[in-house]
Design a protein around this ligand. Sequence first.
Ligand SMILES: O=C(O)C1=C[C@@H](OP(=O)(O)O)[C@@H](O)[C@H](O)C1
Ligand SMILES: C=C(OP(=O)(O)O)C(=O)O
Length: 448
Amino acid sequence: MAASPAGPRPLLSRRSGALAGTVTVPGDKSISHRALMFGALSLGETRIEGLLEGDDVLRTAAALRALGAEAERLPDGTWITRGRGVGGLAEPAQVLDMGNSGTAARLLMGLLATHPFTSVMTGDASLTKRPMARVTTPLETMGARFALRSGGRLPGAVIGTDRPVPIAYRLPVASAQVKSAILLAGLNAPGRTTVIEPEPTRDHTERMLRHFGIEVTVEEAGDGALAATVTGQGELTARDLRVPADPSSAAFPAVAALIRPGSALSLPGVGTNPRRTGLFETLRAMGADIAYANPREEGGEPVADLLVRASGLRGVEVPPERAPSMIDEYPVLCIAAACAEGPTVMRGIGELRVKESDRLAMMADGLAACGVTVEAGEDWMVVHGRGRPPAGGATVATAMDHRIAMSFLVLGMATEQPVRVDDGAFIDTSFPGFVALMNGLGADIAAA
Ligand SMILES: O=C(O)C1=C[C@@H](OP(=O)(O)O)[C@@H](O)[C@H](O)C1
Ligand SMILES: C=C(OP(=O)(O)O)C(=O)O
């Protein structure tokens, strides 16, 4: 997606009544990217149900087609991939445009690093600001070369190696994207590729590789660190799978229900992988009534139906070690915190500065504009709630960031004065249909 190709799409959110109903939020974005990529690497046909059809994931599908794999949507919404085998992707004749998606760009860089051809990759005005050296540095030690812009940023070229070297690498930053990029490169390297992560991050890559028949071992590596290892140059076997509803998307209606008195929502089939549910844990510590009903497993991932009721919230101190399991949820946590009684303290969140926008700055500025007292430093933030929603009444800048836009639209559902966001177009990257879904539950969000 270019910078809102049809121009910015401002949206206004007005105070709503109680929210009620049962709604299924779209498929998990992290799992959807991986399902397409692993399908493209497998031998045979993979059927994927519940794939997220957000712009980020559609970018991955288009890139895989440019690399010679088949990825198509059937009229009933099922997706089918026909893969090319490990190491079997073909040199793309066009630039791979990964739009707004860090996950698509970084995971594909890993895949391409051990394919012996050159690919050129770009992204939109948000993605081309984001750091790529975190993946290119370890991938270079595996034999790949990169020609990127200053600061290790896209656009640039990935020059894959024909002599891949397996590595053992300790992550300097907690990142499932970096871990996954290295493991994906390792799939086509002879021998064992190991990633040691001092702080465990989402493990969808490890789980899904096993689903596709690849052995992945995960061992304790001391001080709470985990070492994930793949042995390369085996084949993935095509396997059908069902993508759970995205807990990162469920977070928006869930927080909206918590802060609108009288609300009661049911969100079926949401992923409850413990490496993703830090927000729900934090909200419960704040006093939220959130229950998991009917827990089950689908395609190697735990899921449950989420039941959420309006609750009085109080501020908490979020343990920094919980950050990787809720890294994308700090923006919407800030909204809950702004309506809670007392301060919510968030530390160890420097990674928020290198997402689709500088989320720490965007949240601090937007909340302040809506009448919330916020303190912020390089990698921390304190939101001072007053036990009731703030005044609102501002237009908030969103800087091409879907989660900033959705978070402030949720805030506007509770504030006395409406909240306007300057551009809601990027919501389609992760949560197509967000406005209709929220309005169906009782929100009042409209073009403005
Ligand atoms: O692996 C993934 O699918 C993701 C990992 C996280 O990024 P980092 O690896 O940069 O923490 C997260 O923020 C992103 O939305 C999705
Ligand atoms: C950080 C995110 O995604 P990505 O890194 O894939 O752009 C997100 O969806 O919040």
